[in-house]
Write a protein that binds this ligand. Structure first.
Ligand code: NAP
Length: 311
């Protein structure tokens, strides 16, 4: 590849709704722009069965369909998308950034938009890591169908836990939702659906102590927080949804992060490092949704354009 093909005005890391929207706006601003993604486009929602709260799709839209639609639209205006493997390294220069993607490819950009999103937080209990992929899962869309007519546990009480539990009832004979309080954090409409689903049983005010099993999950040992009583819930799979953690490792030495690892940037997406903008779930913000991620993506692209014009 010639040198000029590896020089960009804007380089976007992350191909979820924030990154792809940044790509759309940057391409329409006629900036030379590349988006790097290590997995599939679409980000977190690509593994969500149905997105029901993104305006414009009155019947909802499958999570896996949104990424390709965003991508097609951004590419129509010239966005280039490249895949990379783990291990991006960013070097700050006096007039921009070098981004090393593997051993022999270095991309230069004047401005960087970080839209790396967030990943699932592990629970950190015995058995979780050992049985990961053998009944312990963080992705109902990926693994749910393996558990046809079996009993499952979902751990957590937020939107992810309850929505994924609902999805799992398509396959499982029963789904326990183990939650540490006696009230859910999930949106009310999602709660209503779960309360109305006869396959879902709530295990309120319990915490999981251990995922039990030899070659595969055989149960979840839980403790009642009100009585301290322990019991084994016999299940064939445990789906863990106890929150997200920011995927900010690659910029941790360049920009200010909060105590949980989210990039500190306001609505203008401006970070503590000139030329780096943060968009979507990786940014400190009160609400993590497709709607807020795309807003960030658009803002970041326009801020990057202004930054390039003024530098
Ligand atoms: P979340 O909202 O942070 O909920 C995490 C859940 O896990 C909470 O119920 C929490 O309990 C529980 N939890 C945390 N640590 C735990 C531990 N150590 N042991 C047991 N339980 C624990 O996470 P999320 O559901 O993944 O959602 C993340 C973000 O994405 C949220 O902003 C959410 O609104 C958004 N999201 C939106 C949608 C949608 O709009 N359809 C879908 C998915 C996600 P407590 O409640 O007691 O804290």
């Amino acid at each position: 590849m010639s040198d000029s093909e590896n020089r960009f005005d804007v380089l976007i890391i992350g191909g979820g709704p924030a990154g792809l929207t940044a790509g759309l706006y940057a391409a329409r601003a006629r900036l030379k722009c590349v988006l790097l993604e290590k997995m599939m486009l679409g980000g977190q929602i690509a593994t969500t069965e149905m997105v029901d709260n993104y305006p414009g799709f009155p019947e909802g839209i499958a999570g896996a369909e949104i990424g390709p639609l965003f991508e097609t639209q951004a590419k129509r205006f010239g966005l280039e998308v490249r895949q990379f493997k783990e291990g991006l390294k960013i070097e700050r220069l006096s007039d921009g950034f070098n981004v090393a993607c593997g051993a022999d490819e270095v991309l230069y950009c004047k401005s960087l938009i970080v839209a790396t999103g967030s990943g699932w937080t592990p629970l950190g209990i015995p058995g979780e890591e050992r049985l990961r992929g053998a009944g312990v899962s963080y992705c109902a869309t990926c693994d749910g169908a393996f558990f046809r007519d079996q009993e499952l546990a979902v751990i957590g009480g937020g939107n992810s836990a309850v929505e994924e539990a609902l999805f799992l009832t398509k396959f499982a004979s029963k789904v326990y939702i183990i939650h540490r309080r006696d009230q859910l954090r999930a949106e009310k409409i999602v709660q209503e659906r779960a309360f109305a689903n006869p396959k879902i049983e709530f295990v309120w005010s319990h915490i999981p102590l251990e995922i039990v099993g030899n070659d595969g999950v055989e149960g979840v040992l839980v403790k009642d927080l009100k009585t301290d009583e322990k019991r084994l819930l016999k299940v064939a799979g445990a789906f863990i949804y106890v929150g997200m953690k920011a995927d900010s490792e690659i910029v941790k030495d360049l920009v200010k992060l909060d105590e949980r690892g989210y990039i500190v940037a306001g609505e203008d997406t401006v970070t503590s490092c000139p030329g780096i903008f943060a968009a979507g779930d990786v940014r400190v913000k009160p609400l993590r949704q497709v709607a807020t991620a795309i807003a960030d993506g658009a803002t970041a692209a326009i801020m990057a354009e202004k930054y390039i014009e003024n530098s």
